[in-house]
Design a protein around this ligand. Structure first.
Ligand code: SF4
Length: 352
């Protein structure tokens, strides 16, 4: 754990100079980072800053949050909107990609800015951060007008950056729509800014008569600090089940050992592992990308190691907003043989 200065323990670091002053970057490797900072937002919360070991070039927390010049390198296929939000945006802030659910993007602000973010061209302090009142009203009207919408996924940015009072207002407005049965808040806050998970916030999230979930974005077991565990328990004990979302990141969690530890830790904290995302083609993120074959091999090891409860579904968002599809390894060969996790082939059980 880093011995950082007192002000860093209470303040989010938001610039290259802040990171140098905190001892997380040295001035020499920081050369060239101003161009990165001009293009992509920087924020490292106290909860994450104290986990970073600046002397370890392979530190998985540093890799997720500290800017590098590698972000200026373009890789073929990268695009500013890799999952095609714009194509499916029906009114400002509302994305309707699948018939029974919508995304409602409440804010462009996040407590941290992840260096691999799939919405990195949209999030950050530039421009309007919160969805304005007329746009929110239009989004609620759109949802109310379509009885096929069963689930609303609150996202951003990070929607748990909103004040509890605002979260309660939005929850109640959605709860008043009879066909909306599920509210799912996607957030990194319980991990990266656990102090924000107050009893007032939990109260704001709870809605009488509707199912409310939090989808927690976490990528490494070290992120699940004692403070994060308190925040997670507060949500779950408050009646809000948690699912996890993890991004497969080269140099962070792309070994079976690291991923298994994360999944086991999540289950031990009562969080159901949900998705393991293959990296989207966001600009300047090539240094985080693994191959799908490597991800499938990792999943094959997990299947042979962890209980079913601890298995995430490995998924890929087909570029351009086509759809999210599972890309798990195949255990059934074209000739009907079944492949065990260790690679051994067994006869088709129906053919004997
Ligand atoms: S918290 Fe989520 S939306 Fe915000 S920068 Fe990280 S990945 Fe992107």
């Amino acid at each position: 754990m880093t011995d950082i200065s007192a002000h860093t323990r209470t303040r989010t670091l938001k610039s290259v100079d802040d990171l140098i002053a905190a001892g997380l970057l040295s001035a020499v490797p920081a050369a060239g980072l101003d161009a990165v900072a001009d293009r992509y937002a920087i924020a490292v919360t106290p909860a994450m800053a104290v986990l970073i070991d600046p002397t370890d070039t392979s530190d998985p927390i540093a890799r997720q949050f500290l800017p590098t010049v590698a972000e200026l390198a373009a890789t073929p296929g990268e695009t500013s909107d890799p999952i095609g939000d714009a194509k499916h945006e029906k009114v400002p802030g509302l994305v309707h990609r699948y018939p029974d659910r919508v995304l409602l993007k409440l804010t462009h602000a996040c407590p941290v800015y992840c260096r691999f973010c799939f919405r990195r061209e949209m999030v950050g302090p530039g421009g309007a951060q919160m969805l304005d009142t007329p746009s929110l009203a239009a989004a609620l009207a759109y949802i109310a007008a379509d009885p096929a919408i069963f689930e609303v996924i609150l996202t951003g940015g990070d929607p748990l950056m909103l004040a509890p009072r605002r979260i309660a207002e939005i929850s109640q407005a959605l709860a008043a729509i009879p066909h909306v049965q599920v509210l799912r808040w996607h957030s990194r806050v319980p991990v990266v800014a656990p102090e924000r998970i107050t009893p007032a916030l939990v109260d704001a999230l709870r809605v009488e008569g509707k199912a409310v979930f939090v989808g927690l974005h976490t990528n490494h077991a070290r992120e699940l600090t004692p403070a994060a565990r308190v925040a997670i328990a507060r949500l779950i004990d408050g009646g809000i089940p948690l699912l996890s979302q993890t991004v497969l990141l080269a140099g962070v969690n792309d070994t079976a050992e690291v991923m298994a530890e994360l999944m086991r830790t999540l289950v031990s904290l009562r969080i159901k592992p949900y998705y393991l995302h293959h990296m989207d083609q966001a600009p300047g993120t090539g240094h985080f990308r693994t191959t799908i074959a490597a991800g499938q091999e990792l999943m094959r090891v997990l299947r042979g190691t962890l209980s079913g409860l601890a298995q995430p579904v490995y998924v890929l968002d087909i570029a351009g907003g086509v759809a999210k599809v599972p890309i798990l390894p195949n255990y059934l060969e074209p000739d009907g043989q079944v492949r065990a996790p260790d690679g051994t082939l067994y006869p088709d059980p129906e053919r004997g």
